[in-house]
Ligand binder design. Sequence first.
Ligand SMILES: [Zn+2]
Length: 61
Amino acid sequence: MSNESCSACGRAAVAARVESSHYTSEGIVRYRCCPCGRRWVDMARFDTVAGVGAVPWSTAN
Ligand SMILES: [Zn+2]
């Protein structure tokens, strides 16, 4: 669960700005920048974000 919050200040990951995101074959890679200055890479795998019956990302947008 290390991606859920900033390891430096403890803020929730949602408070961190997403600098950029990339779709890969395994999921979505997001580069986050916390208000405290720490940056980290947040990987969201498709098998956990898509759920059952979700529309494939390739056609969702
Ligand atoms: Zn932080």
